[in-house]
Design a protein around this ligand. Sequence first.
Ligand code: HEC
Length: 109
Amino acid sequence: MKTMKLLLCLTMLCSLQTGLAAEPSPERQTLLRDLLKNDCGACHGLTLQGGMGPALLPENLTGKPDEFLVATILNGRKGTAMPPWQPFMNQDEALWLVGVLRGTSYQNK
Ligand code: HEC
């Protein structure tokens, strides 16, 4: 019985850790980058400098917390053109995308 509990604990710990470190697979990264360029780019501009939607360059995102931006991406914004992307990506992937947006210039990618 003790061993079972220990095993259960270990499994939970492991899933917690992979949850924290989760980075999309290389294939998903390519897919997400394509999505960013083609789909997000349709509104936010091909170089993300803004269009129908606001610019998403690093300087536009400073001061906006990850959780806020992740929630915007996953749920969209009601009453605006920003659609929810939850059907296409999970939370880790949305967070990774925010990292891409905050990172070095989009044009260098
Ligand atoms: C149909 C147009 C459209 C598409 C497609 C779109 N967005 Fe948006 N997005 C908007 C609009 C409009 C806003 C501004 C909403 C508002 O007024 O608050 C916005 C807001 C945002 C914000 C918040 C910016 C801020 O400064 O608060 C983020 C982040 C964002 N979009 C990311 C994305 C990502 C990532 C994608 C692709 C997966 C995407 N958007 C696709 C229209 C779009």
